[in-house]
Design a protein around this ligand. Sequence first.
Ligand code: GDP
Ligand code: MG
Length: 726
Amino acid sequence: MITNFPNEKYIALIGNPNCGKTAIFNHLTGLDQKVSNYPGITVEKKTGKLKSDSDDVINVLDLPGTYSITPESIDERVVAEQFMDWIHGINRPSAIISVVDATNLSRNLYLTTQLLDLGIPVILALNMMDRVKDKSVLPEFSDLKEKFGLAAVVPMSALEGWGLNELKNAIQTSITIRNPRKSRMLFSSHLEVHELLNPLSEYLQQQFDYTPRLARVQALRLITRQSAVDLYRPPHSGEHYFDTEIVSIIEELREAAVQAIEKAGLNHRTLEATIRYTWLDNLLQQSENKEVEVLRKITRSEKLDKILTHPIFGPIIFISLLVFIFQSIFSWSTYPMDWIDAGIGLIGNSILDIMSAGILRDLIVEGIIGGVGAILIFLPQILILVFFMTLLEDSGYMSRVAFIFDKFMTKVGLHGRSVLPLMSGYACAIPGVMATRTIDGWKERLTTIMVLPLMSCSARLPIYALMIGAFIPARKVFGLFNLQGLTFIFMYFLGTFTALVIAKILSKFIKTKGHSSFVMELPPYRVPLMRSVFHQVYSRGKLFLFNAGKIIMAISVVLWFLASFPKVTVDSTNISNLEQIEIVNPIHNSYAGKIGHTIEPIIAPLGFDWKIGVGLITSFAAREVVISTLATLYNVEGDGENVVSLSESMKNDINPKTGLPVYSTLVALSLMVFYVFAAQCMATFAIVRYETNSWKWPLIMITYMTSLAYIASFLVYQGGSLIGKF
Ligand code: GDP
Ligand code: MG
């Protein structure tokens, strides 16, 4: 395990999913991490430095949300493993901020009771106070502090931005505390358990130097869940502290303790929860008021859920929303796209005017402006897509979607929690693959990862948009839908549908033990924080422009070179037909031309010409590159006196052998279908390799996706041509 901040002070933020940890983290550090109303968004640890007037450097660690440190899923394990380090004195934080949702105290404080066992000062951040209607129903803060043995209790609202100075002050004071106060006896309700746990807890105490209290709670945790024992095994333990021999002794003692506890008429699986909740309820009851009443928002949430998670209306509403979103992407983006297109043309043409003819001018105009410009125009569509996705997620709606589709997802070998990762796949497969960590069963998780790249990501969007815009007529169908919009939705549907089919097939082959269960909190509906939504849109846009832009720029330049050289001059005096005119066009003798012509026989059955062939190769790194490739090729081929419009050149391109246009509606369909399935994204393979920790799965992924792409395109083109003949 990677240690955090060697030799530096740090504090850790821990809390249930959706309690506002990341929002607080952003306030404390001035960073802008993604906050989201969906459990499991912070799947990895995030770090930053505390903004403060003090010279002391204090680091802040944001951990994934968890309900308990006895882990049930991978994202929870991140925190549990962190805990193992701390328990064993490794890299302990100076203080822990236990973030709780003040509207749901009792359940949130469960985790706090676990944090108190460590002997590290715990600050209780009572977040979301803005949602507590009547503050007087909360327990006295001083009471909470005393009874729990907390370092401080800070009521606050990360949303409204208050309580933060108090929190910072509490941090400054508590990190100097050496011996935090002890909370009252945890086991008081179940004193008889002491004895039953004794053999195990004494062994732990003597073997690992635990305090008596820690030894006892660790023993309790070990008997509750096998996963707690697994934490003592490498690799979770970080390998530095336990022999296998020690672990097998723990196993034996655990087995004995489980027997003893069952014999005493207790349930070993629920014992930890029973003991902690009894203790908690006692403490909270002793505080003057028990019930925390919440703003009416919650009940409104419940009413909304009656409709939105309704077995029939739920899916209908969801699908209508999707249709609306995809139609909007198409219609809203026309104007900004035209502006960008005009802007690029203007820049290109003014460079043509300013610079004198030569290789450098060709490089800038044909290579860089032609290639990069062709992709830039799709920025508005990508931003609109991300905007809607963020809204759905932040409002809390996505969790409902997971809930509605759980049954269905389970049928196809996936999981309710697969829905969000799959949906984020519409934006980009990479965050989607990361988000699968919230799925607790390995089999369901792996299946989700394997089919995720079939969801049409925003890199496919430019390809669909270009082809549809140029070759699908903007006709109305059924008087209501636009044929272009429908084709667009169809491409998304095709990818999604295939993903579900492949998932079903894959789940028959992937063998693992155990089945995962669906437990998911439905977070209350919230009005999305517009600042956070726009930030998300901005950062995705930036990512697209700069990360993808860098690749596109580099490939465009290389490609321009390959398409422009070697420059051959051909004696054109005795050319008689169209085919010969084409052949003497220098681009055919260029390196790119040669590569394209070499693979042309393989892709000709799909209806693709050599230029698309070059695009298929260059876009292996990233799909959208195919567009800049085509743009560069057409620009190099063009007269050099004007920046050509890609869709115009495609429409005008004539195949010299047949004398027919290179592109037709059928070719456009075939090409789109190819990109629905094709595995053209290096970054996705890298992340799949990382998340599955093997080369096997990414290789299987590339193979099946490429085969699927080829076969599907083949069927579309050949089938379409056959139909066309009759
Ligand atoms: P995390 O999962 O604990 O990291 O939670 P996030 O920081 O991602 O926040 C979860 C949701 O709660 C987001 O929609 C936030 O906008 C919202 N939120 C965070 N803090 C507050 C708060 O103090 N009041 C209210 N009303 N909402 C909050
Ligand atoms: Mg978070």
